[in-house]
Design a protein. Structure first.
Length: 185
């Protein structure tokens, strides 16, 4: 498998960090692209600098490099996840505004009919946010808000984080046992 992982400037960098770690452990090829604010938020929230983040990915692509392989539909990947996905990035993707490699790669996944998962971490949501999400959902993009379930009685932050990461992996077709699944009563 080849997965593009995009990190934008929304709060919730811990989710992308955990996702990259799991994909690395599973030996899944990753193509990482990080926005300027994504880099800032990662450092601010997790204390992780860009060089450390790069080491967690198979390949790193500069967000300004439109010659990167992930900018073309002829470069085959299994899908893309943007986590966290800021409302700016979501709006750009929703409106086909490919001003960066991050948004161009998302646009490519849409046009090629590949899996695209956006993990917004924003609250409350405005009507504009919801309209952009609905527009994308109608064309097959998965909108997976970072809203963990609590039926499995999480005890640590990691339990909450890996609940969301497990759900992301489910969406891109990666089997996992990162969280307790509902078994009924």
């Amino acid at each position: 498998m080849k997965i593009v992982v995009g990190i934008s400037g929304g709060s919730g960098a811990i989710y992308s960090l955990a996702l990259l770690k799991v994909l690395q452990e599973l030996k899944i090829e990753t193509h990482l692209v990080v926005s300027t604010m994504g880099e800032y938020v990662m450092d601010h929230e997790c204390g992780v600098k860009l060089d450390e983040l790069k080491s967690m990915a198979t390949y790193f692509h500069d967000n300004k490099d439109f010659t990167a392989p992930i900018a073309s539909g002829s470069f085959k990947v299994n899908g893309m996840v943007i986590v966290p996905c800021s409302m700016k990035t979501l709006s750009s993707v929703s409106n086909g505004f490919s001003e960066s490699l991050l948004t161009r790669a998302a646009d490519v996944n849409i046009k090629e009919g590949r899996k695209l998962v956006l993990v917004p971490r924003e609250t409350p949501l405005s009507p504009i946010h919801l309209e952009n999400m609905l527009k994308l959902s109608k064309i097959g993009v998965t909108i997976l808000p970072a809203c963990p379930g609590f039926y499995n009685h999480p005890e640590r932050i990691d339990d909450i984080v890996y609940n969301i990461v497990g759900r992301i992996l489910d969406q891109i077709g990666v089997d996992n046992d990162l969280f307790g699944r509902w078994q009924g009563v």
